[in-house]
Design a protein around this ligand. Structure first.
Ligand SMILES: Nc1ncnc2c1ncn2[C@@H]1O[C@H](COP(=O)(O)OP(=O)(O)O)[C@@H](O)[C@H]1O
Ligand SMILES: [Mg+2]
Length: 596
């Protein structure tokens, strides 16, 4: 690496004030960035007590020479830029020369480092009598940085640190994001000497993803890159439309390798996939944009995830159309697969549409007007022609879904009455299943299962604001309960409530409005608190996400609901209302006096 220099005042004053270290995760992000900038291929992160104790990061990068050690800790000293123009061709993660300086002012810090040009390593620390002491210390090439007693000299900040669990999950997310954007670097992450995860650094996104998300069952991850022009490139990692999540935890935008948040990212994805997948289902999308530094404002606070593009609409369109391109590639791949494997649906079709005499005209009336029962021979042709002629995907979607829905054969769907009651024949009974109640219960059980595995806390960039009328002791108690259960909610004197953090399970639906409605409903309810808060959230959000009475469903959607309905042995909706009504064959025969 270049030598470290202190930036001249006229340069440092033009750079926006940078990192104020707020949390252990911020320290870790900065130190990892430094290791990456030093060309490391292996970075080992060890924390104690979920980051509230020591933080130790070792790398095998270029190291810091003895003469530069003190400069590394000096304010506005950096080896990465020399003047303001260098910002336009920035290729490093850091450039302000502030991180080590800030960290050392609020903690006990030690650096041990060695370079190719030195016979021995050196150690600098800020805990001696003098501000810094430098002594020889055996070390391989690379750098090891140890931070302890973070905020020992700012008790107020120390008090503000979250619980270990919360700090730990923020740290894990920081390292996860780094590992996903630097696939050639191997990351090891330990908490209290226990290995949390390790990535190989073999360049494979899929390997890195599953090394970290070990509980996730394996699914295929594809990638697609496009060079849009000289200044803009995009690479997307994505899952098949059959692999989706109820929330957006695996949808992240990186710009020049930094995770960022822009308000048009999710809309761009949703627009890009809308012809391929039902709303509310979120496939994995890791979108990496590489953009010329002159087209973004890099000079923003490094701790903030916001980013300013000078060409928003170009970025929006690029994401949207590349996402669509990814989806169409998948469809084409699946068509090839269909061609090469026996077409599973025909048997089901035979059973469901040919053998019985039921009138299925109902299904043709749904909004999927071009729902066609695919014929074995012409389906691929139809799909390709349709796709290539007009990009209308609706008919493509059908075989895609039909290939994956597993029909249980122990029931028969007769139809839907009054746009709400699914009529199913099973064993010796006819069931009238309330589509909303059923769907609500299914979503609820699925959420409960997922919730049992844990969840993240979602930190809102801008607090969500709601107004509560009639604030009383009851409301106060309810607010306390929320704050004890992974919410961070504050209230001002005018009964305006600011939601800053909430459990991510509450955001599995698309917009924050629903989450706010649920919080408001909870706060405004009076009297005894019946369900526990998590059940309350799960029930309310399931209700909001479920199909409604009057929604017109396709046969495939109905079959998915009925499959799950029997799988979860549902009888009631989570609010307690019945979810089906039964008519036995026996009773029918009595009514028609076939039997006494
Ligand atoms: N892990 C490391 N390996 C090699 N050099 C490092 C490492 N960490 C820090 N440095 C050196 O210390 C300097 C100051 O680091 P920092 O305060 O983070 O500022 P910046 O990264 O903005 O330059 C860097 O410019 C770099 O030269
Ligand atoms: Mg840095």
């Amino acid at each position: 690496m270049n030598k470290i220099f202190v930036l001249p005042l006229d340069v440092s004053s033009k750079i926006a004030a940078g990192e104020v270290i707020e949390r252990p995760a911020g320290v870790i992000r900065e130190l990892i960035d430094n290791s990456i900038d030093a060309g490391s291929t292996e970075i080992i992160i060890k924390i104690q007590n979920s980051g509230l104790g020591k933080i130790i990061i070792s790398d095998n990068g270029c190291g810091i020479g003895k003469d530069d050690l003190e400069l590394a800790l000096t304010k506005h000293a950096t080896s990465k830029i020399k003047d303001i123009d260098d910002l336009l061709s920035l290729s490093t993660m850091g450039f302000r020369g502030e991180a080590l300086h800030s960290i050392q002012t609020v903690s006990k810090l030690t650096i041990i480092s060695n370079t190719d040009n030195q016979s021995a390593g050196y150690k600098i620390s800020n805990d001696g009598e003098n501000p810094f002491t430098i002594i020889p210390s055996p070390a391989k090439k690379g750098t090891k940085i140890e931070v302890s007693d973070l905020f020992y000299n700012i008790p107020a900040r120390r008090k503000f640190l979250k619980s270990g669990q919360s700090e730990f999950s923020t740290i894990k997310k920081v390292i996860f994001d780094k590992a996903m954007s630097f696939l050639d670097v191997s990351f090891y992450f330990y908490n209290d000497e226990k290995l949390i995860f390790a990535t190989k650094g073999d360049g494979s996104f899929e390997n890195a993803f599953f090394s970290i998300n070990k509980t996730e069952s394996k699914f295929a991850i594809f990638d697609h890159s496009e060079i849009i022009n000289k200044t803009l490139q995009i690479k997307i990692y994505y899952s098949n439309v059959n692999t989706f999540f109820p929330n957006r935890k695996y949808q992240t935008l990186f710009v020049n390798k930094r995770p960022v948040s822009v308000n048009f990212f999710y809309p761009a994805i949703d627009n890009g996939i809308k012809n391929y997948i039902s709303p509310g289902r979120h496939p994995l999308f890791y979108v990496f944009i590489d953009i010329d530094s002159s087209l973004i404002d890099v000079n923003i606070h490094p701790a903030k995830k916001e980013i300013k593009f000078y060409n928003n609409s170009e970025i929006f369109t690029t994401i949207q159309s590349t996402v669509t391109e990814c989806m169409s590639k998948i469809i084409k791949r699946d068509i090839l697969e269909i061609e090469n494997t026996p077409f599973k649906i025909t048997e089901i079709q035979k059973e469901m549409f040919t053998e019985d005499q039921t009138d299925y005209s109902y299904f043709k009336k749904t909004e999927h007007e071009n729902y066609v029962i695919p014929q074995k021979n012409n389906i691929q042709e139809d799909i390709i022609t349709n796709y290539e002629n007009n990009h209308k995907i609706k008919t493509i979607q059908q075989p895609e879904e039909q290939k994956t829905v597993s029909f249980q054969k122990n029931y028969k769907i007769i139809g839907v009455a009054f746009d709400n009651y699914i009529i199913v024949e099973k064993d010796d009974k006819i069931l009238l299943i309330d589509q909303h109640a059923a769907c609500e219960a299914i979503i609820f059980y699925k959420k409960k299962q997922r919730y049992a595995k844990g969840f993240d806390v979602e930190k809102l960039l801008m607090p969500a604001i709601i107004q509560v009328d009639n604030w009383d002791n009851d409301t106060e108690k309810r607010l306390e309960i929320l704050n004890k259960n992974n919410f961070l909610i504050e209230k001002d004197e005018g009964n305006t409530v600011f939601i800053r953090e909430m459990p991510s399970i509450l955001l599995s639906n698309k917009d924050y409005q629903i989450a706010c409605d649920i919080v408001l409903k909870f706060l405004e309810e009076k009297g005894e608190i019946k369900a526990d808060i998590i059940d309350f959230i799960l029930i309310e959000s399931s209700c909001k996400e479920a199909v409604k009475q009057g929604d017109k469903l396709t046969l495939i959607e109905i079959a998915e609901i009925i499959d799950d309905y029997f799988k979860y042995e549902i009888k009631n909706c989570p609010h307690g209302r019945p979810a089906h009504f039964e008519l036995s064959k026996d009773n029918l025969e009595k009514v028609f006096q076939r039997k006494k």
